[in-house]
Design a protein around this ligand. Sequence first.
Ligand SMILES: Nc1ncnc2c1ncn2[C@@H]1O[C@H](COP(=O)(O)OP(=O)(O)OP(=O)(O)O)[C@@H](O)[C@H]1O
Ligand SMILES: [Mg+2]
Length: 378
Amino acid sequence: MEKKHISILIVDDEEDIRDVLEIALKDVGYRVFLAENGEKAFGIFKLKQPDIVITDIKMPVMDGIELLRQIKRENSETEVLMITGHGDMDLTIRSLKNEATDFITKPVNVDILEIAIEKAVEKIIARQKLLEYTQKLELLILEKSKLADHLSSLGVMIGSISHNIKGLLTNLDGGLYLVRSGLKKADNNTMEEGLGLLEQAVDRIKKMIMDVLLYSKERTLKKDVIGTKTFVEKIGGIIELKLKGTRIAFKCKAPGSSDTFFADEAFLMAALINFLDNAIDACMADTQKKDHEIGLEILRETDLFVICIHDNGCGMDSTTKEKIFNLFFSSKGTKGTGFGLYISNSIIKQHGGSIHVNSIKGKGTDFKIILPMPKADL
Ligand SMILES: Nc1ncnc2c1ncn2[C@@H]1O[C@H](COP(=O)(O)OP(=O)(O)OP(=O)(O)O)[C@@H](O)[C@H]1O
Ligand SMILES: [Mg+2]
């Protein structure tokens, strides 16, 4: 550490001593501040935060011991050198109790003072190094625990995927069997049934692989200004396709065509589709109501972009609601991996947003996603 980066506050009521020490220390290269009593010194200390304070003990207004105490209370790492007179044993002991770094006896010998300062500087450097090492160590420990977390979730992931694939194999086998026997008997209905099972299995495998890719990739957002209306229309197109052949209605509502927002389009779309996929599943799972409906509404509030997703499907009880964002939590057996909302949640969080859930078992579910959207971004 260069001397010009070390600042020293000299506190003494005798002007001559201040002057001599100032010249000597500036000459060696230190940055120097001066004060004639403890009170003024403490004011300068708070303002300039010097690395080292050299203070006389006996001074009017506020003495060196009181100054030492106040400095240590403000910043315990400041090195404070005390200038003591001969026979000030009692004061020396009191300074020691207050963690003074060193003592220089009067009359001050500049060479001895310089050595004491160098020792203090060594302590400062050692402390800085220790801090750097500790920070590096903390970082390493954090990385290690992240790695361990990642490894253990990879383990769970492989388990969960294998379990799902096992379930899907039954669908694939069943589908193949039906297609084969349909072919043999030239029975179109059986073939259609078989193909339906195969399509379902292929869809689930596709989604599972996409989820794994989203989960395992280090994700950095590529944010851009996006037209709200086109964004909603794209999602609408995907959902309408999924709803073909069902009795579920889909309603979209978005601000006018001039409205824009700032986000990573692909990721945000993947996140919202997960919510909507769940809404479809929830409507399919509900045997109570005849007519089902899913809604996607985008509201614009000052500096906020609010996305509401509603369904009147099976809803959730409170224990399920608490777990929905957990990785691998799924109530759908082999039909779900429990990836969906975990990924959606992390995408929304990456956008600085929050998710609020309202759900009543048997009635339906409302998700409200709030994204901060300062006008300056648009
Ligand atoms: N709209 C909803 N209505 C009822 N339950 C829901 C709804 N959304 C989520 N859930 C519950 O949250 C669980 C977790 O959802 P998530 O999307 O993470 O996983 P999944 O749908 O089971 O599987 P995946 O999306 O990975 O195929 C679901 O299994 C379901 O129990
Ligand atoms: Mg899902």
